[in-house]
Ligand binder design. Sequence first.
Ligand SMILES: Nc1ncnc2c1ncn2[C@@H]1O[C@H](COP(=O)(O)OP(=O)(O)OP(=O)(O)O)[C@@H](O)[C@H]1O
Length: 221
Amino acid sequence: MAKLLRAENVTVSVNGRKILENVSCSIHRGEIVLIAGPNGSGKSTLLKTFMGLVDHEGRVILDGREITGTEPPERFRLGITLAPEKLRVAKNLTVGENIKIAGDPEHAFSLFPELKPLEDKKTGNLSGGERQMVVLARAFVSRPRYLLLDEPFQGLHKDVRERVIEYIEEYSKSTGIAVVTHDEIEEIFPMSEKICILTGGKVLYSGESRNAEKIVSEMFI
Ligand SMILES: Nc1ncnc2c1ncn2[C@@H]1O[C@H](COP(=O)(O)OP(=O)(O)OP(=O)(O)O)[C@@H](O)[C@H]1O
């Protein structure tokens, strides 16, 4: 059985408008898939579809099993994590409590030592960048099979961004990782096995990154 998370012929309509149309995209365990495209092309909606957060036509398949229609907590239990997922950061809980929901806080503090002094601080009182580190720490320590990262570098200082890029590379040895990013395409594209480019809710290109250098340099770099 292939170890992959797959969206198959997915169409998402909002108020009669198709914001994804017949999109197929697969993330194999152990690879990085870059999801790219202009603003409003449907990238976040595709990640939400994998997580079970939007109604859609078509199917979602996890490791050979159809999971279409299952709720997000069930998908989390099955090993899918979406970050950031702002709604799920409990602002009235402390940094430590937020991380404990997902996994081992000491593991999180080894990835983001900046969070250790903030352990007892309420997440609602953090800066945007600090909160982003909590979101990413929770995602990494939850040890997902498939990790969906939506603009993971937003608000982070350069040195933290560089560290997150290293973690993505390291974790992708055992995890399927999809990354949506605007600013860090130059860094993530060379690390990625595959790229899915969306425009206007449709797939413009989906395939191996090594065959996509021309289109990526024309569109994004
Ligand atoms: N719940 C919703 N209701 C109405 N329109 C929506 C909804 N969710 C997304 N859209 C619209 O669907 C389109 C795709 O949105 P989406 O956030 O998936 O794009 P994106 O590629 O991630 O964009 P960005 O790069 O700007 O984050 C946009 O035009 C957006 O306004």
